[in-house]
Design a protein around this ligand. Structure first.
Ligand code: DQA
Length: 144
């Protein structure tokens, strides 16, 4: 099984960025943990991060015919991007939305998720473990 793991703006600054909210683990360490987990589960994981909305759209499109599922943390684009929603709908792959923080307990503007409508599940507030949970969920879904 092949998964495309897509991260939006500012996730490259994990560890530096608001550690009280996002924790102290840096992005490289998160990527290493995703790769290790993928290996133990026989998953091929392609990890990508961009601060640019169009690049994220391109990456979602590139998953079509190339991956079995998508794990996406769109960062702030979660709350603004119809383009990411449309891209996820267009490729029609099972996608899981991940947020490190518990967005439901944060500001009102974070309560809206455009991408959610195109996702089979949302994992929010489980820290960076949420990425691994999302991968496991897609694996189980694929095996069912
Ligand atoms: C986030 C939550 C978003 O509201 C925020 O803009 C982010 C990170 C999270 O992982 O908790 O950049 O997606």
């Amino acid at each position: 099984m092949k998964l495309s793991i897509i991260n939006g703006p500012n996730l490259n600054l994990l560890g530096i960025r608001e550690p009280g909210i996002y924790g102290t683990e840096n992005y490289e360490s998160l990527c290493a943990r995703i790769r290790d987990f993928a290996q133990t589960r026989g998953i091929e994981a392609e990890i990508y991060q961009s601060n640019h909305e169009g690049d994220l759209v391109d990456r979602i499109q590139a998953a079509y015919g190339n991956a079995d599922g998508i794990v996406i943390n769109p960062g702030a684009y979660t709350h603004t991007s119809v383009a990411l929603l449309d891209a996820l709908k267009a490729v029609g792959l099972p996608a899981v939305e991940v947020h490190i923080s518990d967005v439901s307990a944060r500001e009102a503007f974070r309560q809206i998720s455009y991408v959610r409508e195109a996702c089979v599940a949302t994992i929010s507030g489980h820290g960076t473990d949420g990425y691994l949970e999302a991968m496991e969920l897609l694996l189980e879904r694929c095996r069912a």
